[in-house]
Ligand binder design. Structure first.
Ligand SMILES: [Zn+2]
Ligand SMILES: [Zn+2]
Length: 817
């Protein structure tokens, strides 16, 4: 048997670790529990071998899986991600496996010889030895020693007591325990273990219904048969029959009882829904045909579905998935964070019955693990979920669909900084499956790939039932200012249009992509603003909560009555957020029923859905909100959409600003129009002539795309180059400066053929969450050359003792802030 095993651990180091194999050999792709520094960690076994490492090896503590949790394909995918995004392999695997709930982290303490001696001496003298500690602290210490010493030895060794038990019985603070460890009175141990993964449930299976049965037995068999031959034992026991009935049937071999993970047992008694009926227009039908042909071909292909808002893309996705399910294969549908409301989940259950697993952010770790096991076992073959669902361990993957593929929630903004859309494409390649990217406003990258024939392009450019696109009217807010002599939030035009809709008992939506009441507090005496203590960001005034809040780190401060810098009373609250907009509209339209949708009013998917239902039921006249209202799939349309300051992003130093603005404007405009009643959009802007605004107003994606592509080409930005943002951060300014200087010098002194390096420069947000930040932007037409340079830079950073966690490499960065 091989003696050694290489293990990937979720630590910020670009290496694998070799351990000695014990009696049970680990399986490749399975989990092992290993000691690492002072801890126990779970890792993934990558290779068992006989190559003796040069350093001494520790033993594997426990082999946790008899079969791989990551099959060959997912292991390969993980390696690809680690390589492409320069992320530690173990951290990639941790992201891919939502099984954290199966690992229980426990710290325990054990008394030492020195500890016993101290206890003994204290007992002899009647009082503890003289020290600088307070009598209270001493009392606690001896309580701890007493407690630990009282444990009965097991096999000659006193068992360790968990920190939780020890602290709740002795009321010892953590600092006291650490102090005792330093004095060597007690030792601290990591005794983390793996929990019994999934709660089990007993299931009765119907084997046969033959033979003579009494009434009770008859009833039980009938119940079982009516629910498809399998029912949780608990359900049968709630039937009005004696408990012995089931036991008798088991003895006679008519019923079998098996144990299954609890998640498998949910609502098996529900009848299978009839296949979903879709009524398709010709464009939808031809899109579905393209999708199905590709799936039948059983080889990799990519399709970009460019379908305008209201073209019925979702129905095509679901029909495609249904066909995959009927063929006995698997499919994954990725949706943006906001798309997975309870209503959507209910629809999915209606279509796919128990064969769908839904992975959303509100799941607990335990629920997530349960869903993972359902998918892994083949019980659920349709997977619908947000970003990380791209790693679902389905069998025989036929199709991955990425809905709203341009949505930025697919990018993970922590290590590994992957983009789920790009992972979906790579996974489909590895599995010889089909990947469908869908959007009304495809990302520049995806549309570019489609025009270069990397993907097939399928366009759905008609709305269902020939519903007309809304008319868009642009209001130039600079003119509005000149004509009215004051800064307006709601233009005269928009106010009149809103009034008209209210008079007709129609509904209106107003977008302002900035939450809170006022985004800036300015002192008129000294010109200073009120900034976050941890970030170089102005605090936003939230009136209802009566707080100043940092939108980046969550820091809270009281609302100032005077300037914190000079004490002047002339502090002004400037600008308008969605909360203030709601107040303004209340003032302008006192009879209107108004609600607001933003991260302050929406805590979960239920809140979101409740507000949308109220709008749908006609219980609201006006809905105010941030980009959330542009993304709601379930919004059935209002007759007027007002856009207030949605173009503020155009002023940001970010090459994707135009693309983001175009997407937001197009998406929110798509919400205008209800049934056959055409909608109208009033778009207020300070950038009237900007092409993002102009093309959005004309619903002209192709026009925008051409123009934006030319700009990207001139500037050598994606899709014409591969780009990476390298961020150097430290809580100490001089350290951040020194490290970025060191790397800057290295970039200067070494040739990086075909790679352009910009920087170091202060990041647009110089300080964030207490860290000072400097960055480099690297661009190259060759991804290979880019990654070679990045890798060399990381190696140099390691030799310069710059910690791995303080150099953030963001490949294909979406934000350069
Ligand atoms: Zn001041
Ligand atoms: Zn902050």
């Amino acid at each position: 048997m091989p003696e050694f095993c290489d293990v990937a651990l979720a630590v910020p180091l670009d290496m694998v670790f070799t351990y000695r194999v014990g009696e049970i050999a680990p399986v490749v792709g399975g989990r092992v529990l290993v000691p690492f520094r002072q801890q126990r960690l779970t890792g993934i076994a990558l290779e068992v071998h006989d190559r003796k490492p040069s350093v001494t090896t520790k033993n594997i503590l426990r082999v946790l899986d008899a079969t791989p949790v990551l099959d060959e394909q997912l292991l390969r995918l993980g390696r690809w991600i680690a390589d492409y995004y320069l992320a530690p392999l173990g951290e990639v695997f941790r992201t891919m496996l939502p099984l954290g709930a199966e690992f229980k982290r426990t710290i325990a303490y054990r008394i030492t010889k020195e500890g016993r001696m101290a206890l003994h001496l204290a007992g002899m003298s009647g009082s503890p030895a003289r020290s600088h500690r307070t009598p209270d602290e001493e009392a606690v210490e001896f309580r701890v020693l007493d407690y630990l010493a009282a444990e009965e030895p097991e096999q000659g060794e006193v068992p360790a007591v968990s920190e939780q038990t020890l602290r709740s019985t002795t009321h010892a603070a953590k600092s006291i325990l650490s102090g005792m460890v330093r004095k060597k009175w007690i030792v601290r141990e990591d005794v983390s273990t793996v929990r019994d993964a999934i709660p089990k449930i007993r299931i009765a299976l119907l084997k046969s219904a033959e033979g003579k049965l009494n009434d009770n037995q008859q009833r039980l068999i009938e119940t079982l048969a009516a629910s498809g031959g399998r029912v949780p034992v608990d359900t049968l026991q709630s039937l009005d029959v004696p408990r012995t009935t089931l036991a008798t049937l088991v003895k006679r071999g008519l019923v079998e009882i098996v144990e299954e993970p609890a998640a498998f047992a949910v609502s098996h008694s529900k009848p299978r829904p009839s296949p979903f009926e879709f009524e398709f227009n010709p464009a939808q039908r031809s899109a579905l045909n393209r999708l199905q042909e590709a799936v039948y071909a059983r080889k990799f292909s990519g399709i970009l579905f460019h379908g305008i808002t209201g073209s019925g893309k979702t129905a095509v996705y679901l029909a495609g998935m249904r066909a995959v399910l009927d063929a006995g294969r698997s499919a994954i549908l990725l949706v943006p964070e906001i798309g997975l409301t309870p209503a959507v989940a209910a629809d999915l259950h209606q279509i796919f019955g128990e064969e769908v697993a839904i992975l959303h952010s509100a799941l607990s770790d335990k629920e997530r693990a349960q869903q993972w096991h359902r998918i892994k076992s083949g019980e659920a073959r349709m997977v619908v979920g947000t970003r990380s669902a791209v790693f679902a361990p389905v069998r025989d993957l036929a199709l991955i669909i990425v809905d709203e593929e341009h949505d930025s929630s697919y990018k993970q903004e922590e290590t590994p900084r992957y983009h789920a859309r790009d992972i979906a494409v790579m996974r489909a390649k590895m599995a010889n499956a089909v990947v469908v990217l869908g959007s009304a406003t495809p990302s520049l990258e995806s549309y570019f790939n489609a025009t270069k024939n990397k993907y097939a392009l399928v366009e759905l450019l008609d709305r269902v039932e020939q519903r007309p696109l809304p008319e868009v009217e642009i209001v130039d807010m600079r003119l509005e200012f000149q004509e009215t002599g004051r800064e307006q939030v709601i233009s005269r035009k928009l106010a009149a249009e809103i009034q008209e809709r209210l008079d007709r008992k129609e509904q209106v939506m107003v977008l302002l992509n900035r939450r809170g009441y006022s985004p800036v507090v300015l002192c008129r005496a000294c010109g200073e603003t009120l900034q976050c203590r941890n970030c170089a960001i102005a605090l936003t005034h939230h009136k209802r909560e009566h707080k100043m809040i940092c939108h980046y780190c969550g820091y809270l401060a009281p609302v100032p009555k005077a300037c914190v810098h000079c004490g002047s009373e002339y502090v002004y609250f400037l600008g308008t957020g969605s909360e203030k907009l709601e107040d303004l509209l209340h003032g302008m339209f006192p009879q209107a029923r108004i609600a607001r949708l933003d991260r302050d009013t929406v805590r979960g998917h239920e809140d979101f859905e409740r507000t949308l239902n109220a709008l749908d039921a006609g219980e609201l006249d006006l809905l105010v909100g941030t980009q959330m209202i542009a993304k709601g799939h379930d919004i059935h349309g209002v007759t007027l959409v007002g856009v207030v300051g949605a173009d503020s992003a155009l002023g940001l130093p970010d090459f994707r600003a135009a693309e983001r603005t175009f997407q937001l404007l197009t998406q929110v405009a798509g919400r205008a129009g209800r049934g056959q009643t055409p909608g109208k959009v009033v778009l207020q802007t300070y950038f009237e002539n900007h092409y993002a605004v102009q093309y959005a107003a004309r619903h002209d994606f192709a026009g925008f795309y051409e123009k934006e592509l030319r700009f990207r080409s001139w500037m050598q930005y994606p899709p014409y180059s591969a780009l990476a943002n390298v961020l150097i951060r430290s809580g100490k300014l001089d350290e951040a400066l020194q490290w970025s200087g060191t790397l800057g010098k290295w970039f200067d002194q070494n040739r990086h053929e075909g790679v352009r390096v910009l920087g170091p420069a202060a990041a647009p947000i110089l300080r964030l969450k207490r860290d000072y930040r400097y960055h480099f932007v690297l661009k190259s037409p060759s991804r290979e050359k880019l990654n070679t340079t990045l890798r060399a830079m990381m190696a140099h950073a390691a030799t310069q003792k710059i910690p791995r966690t303080q150099v953030i490499v963001d490949v294909d960065a979406l934000w350069l802030m």
